[in-house]
Design a protein around this ligand. Sequence first.
Ligand SMILES: NC(=O)c1ccc[n+]([C@@H]2O[C@H](COP(=O)([O-])OP(=O)(O)OC[C@H]3O[C@@H](n4cnc5c(N)ncnc54)[C@H](OP(=O)(O)O)[C@@H]3O)[C@@H](O)[C@H]2O)c1
Length: 341
Amino acid sequence: MSFPKTIQAIAINKNGEVDVINKEAVPFPEHVPGNVIVKVNYGGVNFIDTYFRKGLYPAKSFPLTLGQEASGTIAALPTDEKVLNDKQYKKRGLKVGDRVAIFTSAAHAEYASVPWVKVFAVPNNVSLITAGAALLQGLTALTFITESYDVKKGDYVFVHTVAGGLGLLFAQLAKHRGAIVIGTTSTQEKADIAKQHGADHVILYPVENTVDRVLEITKERACMSSTMGLGRIRRFKFIRRKGTIVCVGNASGAVPPFPPLKLVEKNLKLLRPSAINYIVTPEESLQYGTELFQLIASGVAKINIYKEYPFTTEGAREAQTDLAQRGGKTFGKLIIKIADE
Ligand SMILES: NC(=O)c1ccc[n+]([C@@H]2O[C@H](COP(=O)([O-])OP(=O)(O)OC[C@H]3O[C@@H](n4cnc5c(N)ncnc54)[C@H](OP(=O)(O)O)[C@@H]3O)[C@@H](O)[C@H]2O)c1
């Protein structure tokens, strides 16, 4: 198959506010011999896109195509003989035309070149829009409730910003394991949505005292706490002895330095994992990808799409602005429609 020399992509040429984002022509992504070329239909929007745009996560070079996840169809397979004969690769049975979700950089473009380990087959009864909306947040929620802290029946799990795309998945998957889920969000409407997705208790953080409310509910029995930063250190008060705090992201700024002695008081575990480092080996990607799509296909994990944004400069800028509005209107997932199916 012959491919164009350039493609349209959502890219930045320098770091800055949303006005540095443009839809523009970039070179066709290099078909590295171990990579799969995917024709993209939907690109999921994530906070990490804002970190690359602002420079919190540095770009290797400019123009930098944004986007860390997408869905589409396979346009070309790897060419490396070693890959083609790899047992794990063969297990996937990937073919040109297959519907896939991808966990890769430079995903918000007409085509993406993806290491084959980061290509996930989409089951027939899961739509491409759902797959594009589910992958990054779904793998994050699933790996964190398995590896960062193995959530079990009866555990109290605290999820900050529980009505976001990631929060709704945390709530549903932890609930499915039998946990009691406590979340925070900014508005009553978002609290109702979180409850429909498995949150047992939702705290409205602008008007309620989160720590007092969690203590009231758990009597200091919270086992796992997700937090966006350690700024709100009072959270240590509600985590139980030997509990786990999982520092999830940088939405409210980069995590500040932290004195480990603070952990001694209750022999706490503190982690700052990244989903991508849980999905490194072919075995890990097959295991978690298969489990995630089974949870979606069986209806355990519902992917709530807040809005589909157009593949335009304005659409991409609006999506990032909407996502990063604290106490904003969005809930669930924001997605850019890159091409018709
Ligand atoms: N470690 C990892 O591997 C990993 C993977 C995925 C995501 N993350 C992190 O998880 C967090 C959620 O990211 P996401 O992309 O998945 O989005 P998301 O869950 O859809 O989060 C959107 C929600 O975040 C809240 N929010 C918006 N602006 C905020 C701000 N300035 N400060 C604090 N909260 C804000 C809003 O909820 P309220 O209205 O309720 O405040 C909004 O509904 C981010 O910190 C991200 O970096 C980490």
